[in-house]
Design a protein around this ligand. Sequence first.
Ligand SMILES: Cc1cc2nc3c(=O)[nH]c(=O)nc-3n(C[C@H](O)[C@H](O)[C@H](O)COP(=O)(O)OP(=O)(O)OC[C@H]3O[C@@H](n4cnc5c(N)ncnc54)[C@H](O)[C@@H]3O)c2cc1C
Length: 383
Amino acid sequence: MIRDPELLDQLIDTISRFVRERLIPNEARLAEEDAVPPELLEEMKEMGLFGLSIPEEFGGLGLTMEEEALVAMEIGKTSPAFRSVFGTNNGIGAQGILIDGTPEQKARYVPRLATGELLSSFCLTEPDSGSDAASLRTTAVRDGDHYVLNGTKRFITNGPEADIFTVMARTDPSNKGAGGITAFIVEGDTPGLKRGPADKKMGQKGAHTCDIIFEDCRVPAENIIGGREGQGFKTAMKVLDRGRLHISAVCVGVAERLVEESLNYAIERKQFGMPLADHQLVQAMLADSKTEAYAGRCMVLDAARRKDAGENVSTLASCCKLFCAEMVGRVADRAVQVHGGAGYIAEYAVERFYRDVRLFRIYEGTTQIQQLVIARNMVREVS
Ligand SMILES: Cc1cc2nc3c(=O)[nH]c(=O)nc-3n(C[C@H](O)[C@H](O)[C@H](O)COP(=O)(O)OP(=O)(O)OC[C@H]3O[C@@H](n4cnc5c(N)ncnc54)[C@H](O)[C@@H]3O)c2cc1C
């Protein structure tokens, strides 16, 4: 749903200019320094990017899902690591509190998440629990008006920098499944919370992950999201539903950028006396990528509109994540092919994007998990 088309056009224009004039020229620096340049971080805060999908009452822009998807597509046109920093605050880092938090929890944390004063992270994955998230082993044992957390969370985005963490831990050891899991808000300076060294990743340099280790970490009972034990897995799944549409929109944006890079290169470079773009086999690659990016755009916007209209889009969000993450992988592969040897050289953006996009098929539910979710929902609907 688009509430005010004129206002949204202005916002998208501003973001598009920021991406073109400030982020794209700094992509190589981001990768080399493995850090978002501090002045760009400040500009992102000033533009309100940390609060895009946080409601206006908490100081955010309160975008609807369709508006957020359109904005994410614009932001997708540059290195995904730029988005990762503020995308986590809007998405998996804040949504748990926003969707299921108590009024006090929302008032305490969300306004500072919206401005970027606080950075947040979402801790579900563990060394022995990834796709099978409901089997997680981190424990939270009640002790007076606190819970004592023990366990390790793995590959946590923003982990090295985050000020607050949404942590899924098992409060009921007799329940080994989803029902025994509770979500906590844990502040980054709580004694007993330790951060492992930053992971050395294949791509998306500038976005950091690390282990988050809890050793007798005492968390106030009032920090249970929603105030009730046993609801944490449901909260995590609701958070991921919205996240999947957001990530799908980013995949579409990256694919569109790669189509543009491929087309420009194919028009400029000549072989056999004519531009690559005049060779029919190169044209086939360009046409396939254009078509797939367009298909992704259409499906994400359709699912986003349905979500705004109140429909349950769990299946469609997984369809979008499945298609768009795989699609951008194919588009990145063709982009390297269109560039020939240059596509394999770090000087060209497509080499970096080829590595960056690999992650989309893995996090926030792998491709195989999306397939399982879609098929299970299909069978459930019939029976
Ligand atoms: C850079 C990065 C950032 C991340 N950020 C976060 C974060 O902020 N917070 C967080 O909690 N997690 C985060 N993750 C973790 C991510 O969500 C998991 O890596 C992902 O869910 C897969 O889990 P896994 O790595 O344990 O793989 P596994 O679950 O071990 O899967 C390995 C392979 O087996 C397949 N597989 C597993 N089960 C099945 C099945 N039942 N049927 C068919 N195939 C199956 C998978 O699809 C995959 O191909 C991040 C990961 C990375 C790499």
